[in-house]
Design a protein around this ligand. Structure first.
Ligand SMILES: O=C(O)CCC(=O)C(=O)O
Length: 297
């Protein structure tokens, strides 16, 4: 009975995304989980160094050796990049049983996790530019869904605190967002709910006119034949990926698209997760056929 309800629920959300370009999935995180994520992302926000700072956004991550300390300017957003590096709790998000089936219903099962970060809009922040997330793809519009993004609210989203504004149906338009921009409709949803949208939908974060931060988690996916926005294979150490759930390993790029794209020696990259070296190169090295090496080196 429960499974049947879930399937119906997933289908309803996918149908809403097809029709309007977005859906709201309620109760993705329970209140205790909202508090857990809020507490941990606030800690990370305090403890991690700033790696990028500009007039809109401060990004917290890992500063490279020798990287200049950015001067923190007045800004509207704080984001923590690459959440999968920050502990097991974040590994639950891309494979969430209420979210992933919806994303798969839009993009297909071979979809990829494109990026996973926080999005904390500060009090007084101005509205973003109205945009769609797939603007960078040089394809005529409308086109099949390329991106499907989920934003999980870590506070109640309201019109006043900058709840995301969407332009229903715009994912089917031929035009890219351009001025004069429509206002869009605010998505008001309780903490723990997720807004999930087709990356072609025109949307924006509204202005935060409240005195409180508007924290959220963003879990963004792309079709499996596209390049991910964050290179997940190089940015997450293999030692960490080995403990990930197999589905999460696939989602970050250790699987294949259509059984062939992304392969290594006709196998999925995940087949190499247990070795530090590429077995083929090892074999060449051992036989002395790797240029510049001798057998047994
Ligand atoms: O935070 C929001 O409400 C939307 C964020 C967004 O669209 C973006 O950062 O591209």
């Amino acid at each position: 009975m429960r499974t049947a309800e879930r399937v119906t629920d997933t289908e309803r959300h996918v149908a809403e995304i097809t029709e309007r370009g977005y859906t709201v999935v309620h109760g993705v995180l329970a209140q205790e989980e909202v508090e857990e994520f809020l507490g941990d992302t606030q800690r990370l926000q305090r403890e991690l160094p700033t790696v990028i700072a500009n007039s809109t956004t401060v990004v917290k991550g890992f500063r490279r050796k020798g990287q200049a300390v950015p001067e923190v300017v007045d800004h509207d957003w704080v984001r923590i990049d690459n959440l999968l590096l920050h502990g097991e709790r974040y590994e639950r998000l891309p494979v969430h049983p209420r979210l992933l089936p919806v994303v798969e219903g839009v993009l297909g099962r071979d979809c990829l996790l494109s990026w996973c970060m926080t999005s904390n809009q500060l009090p007084g922040a101005v509205a973003q530019r109205m945009h769609c997330d797939d603007e960078m793809y040089p394809l005529p519009r409308p086109h099949q869904p390329l991106l499907c993004n989920a934003l999980i609210a870590l506070c109640d989203f309201t019109d006043e605190n900058g709840g995301t504004r969407v332009v229903p149906g715009s994912h089917r338009w031929r035009e890219m967002p351009a001025a004069p921009y429509p206002d869009g409709e605010p998505i008001e949803m309780p903490a723990g709910s997720a807004l999930v949208w087709n990356g072609a939908l025109w949307h924006t974060a509204g202005a935060n006119r409240s005195s409180q931060e508007r924290p959220a988690l963003t879990v963004n996916f792309c079709a499996g034949f596209l390049r991910q926005q964050v290179n997940q294979q190089l940015s997450i150490p293999r030692a960490l990926v080995r403990r990930f759930h197999p589905r999460l390993q696939e989602l970050i790029g250790y699987g294949l698209f259509a059984k062939k794209m992304g392969r290594i020696d006709w196998r999925p990259p995940g087949a190499y997760l247990d070795s530090e070296e590429h077995p083929f190169l090892e074999m060449l090295r051992a036989s002395g056929r790797l240029p510049g090496t001798a057998a047994g080196e």
